[in-house]
Design a protein around this ligand. Structure first.
Ligand SMILES: Nc1ncnc2c1ncn2[C@@H]1O[C@H](COP(=O)(O)OP(=O)(O)O)[C@@H](O)[C@H]1O
Ligand SMILES: [Mg+2]
Length: 418
C-alpha cells in the first residue's frame, strides 16, 4: 500500500486550506496531485514535476498566522505580516541547509522556491511506508535483525547531520519512511519550526513537541538541546516499534522524578524478548530523562549495537593483549637469562659449586653449561634452588597470565558475538 494517504500526523490536522489537485506551482513546473498532511507550520503534497515524476512538495504555511485567498498565502492580519515574512525566509534558509545534506538515509531536496507569496521545497518522492503505518499494522512487524539494520542506518544519518551541527528535532515513527528496498529515510526536519517558534511571538505559544517522543528539554523554553535530544526521540521511536506504544511523556516522567515517585517508564529490557541485552540496554540508556545520562552521540550508540564493530574491537584488544603477553614473556626470558648469567658467574667464582675448575675455570663453558651441571649435580645448594625458583616461577606466572588473557578475551569475543 502506498504511504501517501491523507492523514493527520501526531502533530498535524486535516486542513481545509490546502492547495487543490491540479494547482500549478513555479510557472507550471509542478502540478499538485494530492494533499498529504498539515503539520501546523506547513502543508505537504504529492505532486508531479515537468517530467511527470512524482515529487513531494512542502509549503510554508504557519496556519496560526496566515490564510489562503485562492492560491495565494496572506498574513492573517497586518500585525502578523512581518512575522509571516520572517518565517518564510527562515523556511527558505532551512530548506537550503537541508538541500546540502546528501545522504542515502536523508530525503533529498530538489529545489527551493517562492510562489503564492510563500515558500516551497520539492523533495524526492519515497515510494514506501512510514514506520507509523507499519507499526499500526499495515505490514508484518519487524524482526530483531531488521530493526537493528534500520536503526543502524538511521544512526548513520543522524551522526552525519550532527556532524554538520544540525539537529533533526522531530524524530518519530511518522518521520521515517521505509522505501520499497527496505532503506529507511529520515524526513521532516523540525529545525525550521523550532527557530520559527523562537523568532515569532505569534508562534511562541506553539510547542514544537510530540508527546512520547520529545525529550523533556523540548518542553521548557530556553533549555539546552543537543545531539542527546535527537538520541532520546530516536530511542522513543524504536521503543514504539518494539512494544507497540511510545514511552510515557517525558514531562510526566520528569514530574514523577521531581516528586520522588517512580519513573513511569518501563525499561524495554523488561518488555521484549528476542533482542540481545546490549541492544535493549542501549535503548533504555538513550531514553534516560536527563540528557547527561543518555548515550551522547549516534556514533556511541552505533558502537554499542554494531556486532561487527564490537567483534573487531574485541579482536583488536585481544591482539594488543597478545602483544603485551609476548613482550612480557620476552621480558621474563630476558630476566631469566640475565639472572642465570649472574648466578652462573657467581657459581664460577664459588669453588664449592665448581670444584673441578675453581673461580678461574674456562669461561667459554658459559653459565648455561654451568647451570646444567648444577642441576645434574648432587649438591642441592641454595644457589641451585634459587635458580630453579627463578625458572619455574617465571614460567608459571607467564603461563597463568597467558591463560588468564586467553580466557578473558575468549569471554569478550563470546560476548561480542551475542
Ligand atoms: N518525500 C516523501 N516521500 C513520500 N512520502 C512522504 C514524503 N514526505 C512526506 N511524506 C508523507 O507525508 C507525511 C507528512 O509529511 P511530513 O514531511 O512528515 O510533514 P508533517 O510536518 O505534516 O508531519 C509523512 O508522514 C509521509 O507519510
Ligand atoms: Mg512529519
Amino acid at each position: 500500500m502506498n504511504s501517501l494517504t491523507e492523514k493527520s500526523s501526531p502533530s498535524g490536522s486535516v486542513s481545509t486550506e490546502e492547495l487543490k489537485p491540479g494547482t500549478t506551482l513555479l510557472q507550471g513546473q509542478y502540478v499538485i496531485k494530492r494533499f498529504l498532511n498539515s503539520g501546523g507550520f506547513g502543508m505537504t503534497y504529492l505532486a508531479h514535476d515537468s517530467l511527470d515524476r512524482k515529487v513531494v512538495i512542502k509549503e510554508c504555511f504557519p496556519a496560526s498566522m496566515c490564510s489562503r485567498a485562492d492560491t495565494v498565502v496572506r498574513a492573517r492580519s497586518r500585525a502578523h505580516q512581518k512575522e509571516f515574512r520572517s518565517i518564510v525566509q527562515l523556511f527558505v534558509q532551512e530548506a537550503r541547509r537541508l538541500a546540502r545534506l546528501k545522504h542515502a538515509n536523508i530525503v533529498g531536496v530538489h529545489q527551493v522556491f517562492e510562489d503564492n507569496d510563500t515558500a516551497y521545497m520539492a523533495l524526492d518522492y519515497i515510494d514506501g511506508l512510514d514506520l507509523l503505518d507499519i507499526v499500526d499494522g499495515e505490514k508484518e512487524p519487524f524482526g530483531a535483525e531488521e530493526l537493528r539494520r534500520i536503526l543502524m542506518k538511521i544512526l548513520e544519518a543522524i551522526a552525519f547531520i550532527h556532524g554538520q551541527n544540525i539537529l533533526h528535532r522531530d524524530i518519530s515513527p511518522d518521520n521515517i519512511l521505509l522505501d520499497k528496498t527496505g532503506n529507511p529515510i529520515l524526513i521532516d526536519f523540525g529545525a525550521a519550526r523550532e527557530k520559527a517558534t523562537k523568532s515569532s511571538r505569534a508562534l511562541s505559544a506553539m510547542l514544537t513537541v510530540k508527546d512520547g517522543y520529545s525529550p523533556q528539554e523540548f518542553y521548557i523554553a530556553g533549555t539546552q538541546q543537543g545531539p542527546a535530544s535527537d538520541i532520546y526521540a530516536l530511542a522513543a521511536t524504536f521503543y514504539h516499534l518494539m512494544t507497540g506504544e511510545p514511552p510515557p511523556n517525558s514531562q510526566t516522567r520528569l514530574a514523577a522524578i521531581a516528586a520522588k515517585r517512580d519513573d513511569p517508564y518501563r525499561p524495554i529490557a523488561s518488555r521484549v524478548k528476542n533482542f540481545d541485552r546490549g541492544f535493549l540496554a542501549a535503548i533504555d540508556k538513550a531514553l534516560s530523562v536527563f540528557a547527561k545520562d543518555r548515550l551522547q552521540s549516534a556514533s556511541e550508540w552505533l558502537d554499542e549495537i554494531d556486532v561487527e564493530k564490537r567483534r573487531a574491537k574485541a579482536l583488536a584488544d585481544a591482539r594488543r593483549d597478545k602483544n603485551i603477553d609476548l613482550s612480557i614473556s620476552r621480558l621474563v626470558s630476558e630476566t631469566n637469562r640475565a639472572v642465570s648469567e649472574a648466578i652462573g658467574q657467581e657459581d664460577q667464582k664459588d669453588p664449592a659449586l665448581n670444584p673441578a675448575r675453581g673461580p678461574s675455570s674456562d669461561k667459554s663453558n658459559g653459565p648455561h653449561r654451568n647451570c646444567d651441571e648444577v642441576n645434574r649435580g648432587s649438591a642441592k645448594t641454595d644457589v641451585a634452588a634459587k635458580r630453579w625458583f627463578v625458572k619455574r616461577s617465571s614460567g608459571q606466572s607467564s603461563q597463568s597470565r597467558f591463560s588468564f588473557f586467553g580466557k578473558s578475551r575468549a569471554d569478550q569475543l563470546g560476548k561480542a558475538n551475542t
